[in-house]
Design a protein around this ligand. Sequence first.
Ligand SMILES: Nc1ncnc2c1ncn2[C@@H]1O[C@H](COP(=O)(O)OP(=O)(O)OP(=O)(O)O)[C@@H](O)[C@H]1O
Ligand SMILES: [Mg+2]
Length: 376
Amino acid sequence: MRRHMCVVMPMREGFAESLTDIYEARVTAGTLRADPAQLDAIPALDEIRQWLEVQAGAKRSFLSRFRRTPEAPKGVYLWGGVGRGKSMLMDLFFAATDIPRKRRVHFHAFMQEVHRGMHAARKQGVDDALEPVAQAIIADVACLCFDEMQINDITDAMVVGRLFTMLMDAGVVIVTTSNRPPEGLYKDGLNRALFLPFIALLRDRMEVMELESPTDYRQHRLTGAQVYFHPAGAARAAIDAIWRDLTGGAAGEALALTVNGRTVEVPRFANGIGRATFWELCARALGPGDYLAIAGAVRVLILEDIPQLSASNYNEAKRFVTLIDALYEARVKLIASAADEPERLYIEGEGSFEFERTASRLREMQSADWGTVDGN
Ligand SMILES: Nc1ncnc2c1ncn2[C@@H]1O[C@H](COP(=O)(O)OP(=O)(O)OP(=O)(O)O)[C@@H](O)[C@H]1O
Ligand SMILES: [Mg+2]
């Protein structure tokens, strides 16, 4: 069993300020509120950062070949309720870690890459398809940051243990965020007994830390903010501003979700925030399973350009109802731009009576405390 080595790294000449310093500078600048739980989580991340930087520095030096590489520190598994600042802390760590071989990736997107790689290896007749995939990652990075680790899929559940073991054995340091403790991963999943060794691995080789902040900062940022805009056309700038505020100005990229072997895409995604137009989500032949997957993958959905609905776009309206139901059940925060008030979106045609419930949900989802319950 590997034990955590608490090595105090010598401060190099010109070594950057500590993560705590960077955090505190942001508090002084007013972009962050000082949060003791967040401050408690920072030193473990800083230890990893220092180790990685020393390693990267040593690799560059001629003498490094003759130096014994100290054992990699444990990774960090940071978990807690929504909006507590897990991704923010991981981003702080990631940006400040001055090494070239690092990668931050949404866990789900990463696992899809792994499966694609394994598929390609099998096609070439490789027996152990995971081996070349892991080796390629090891050749590429010294540090992997996974945002939003969750395991819902048996194919992920069955490979993730070996993959992590291979990466960790090769000295790749893993930092991950999750809404659940390790024991809550793949809960009630098929063949869960086979997954239990992975939980033990996380407990053994990662520093598992709960971010016990009482504040949901995302909610905090949205409290009092307008979240339903009409008419849609005039709302673009306001919605762009919300996107910038919640994602830190990320460009966002498509998030591909696998549902029953098919791929469903949220066209823009960053830091738990999904963004799509009504047409992208409701004018395609998507069903309840697809909307549940989308609702499970985002904390906030920005849905733009909801049109006036009627019998002439009945299918779109029906899908919209299903989408809102899925978002409602998962307590996803919705930011929307629409042609009119919720109650006036679908006033005539088949299903308009049932739409009353959707309109009422749309109203409720605008309330300031909507989405504050954890664990979705
Ligand atoms: N101490 C803080 N002061 C002000 N804003 C904060 C603070 N911590 C986090 N935030 C902001 O709150 C929002 C939510 O934080 P973040 O995305 O890191 O939460 P999270 O814990 O990753 O949530 P989730 O589990 O939903 O992914 C972000 O916009 C982030 O920048
Ligand atoms: Mg997050």
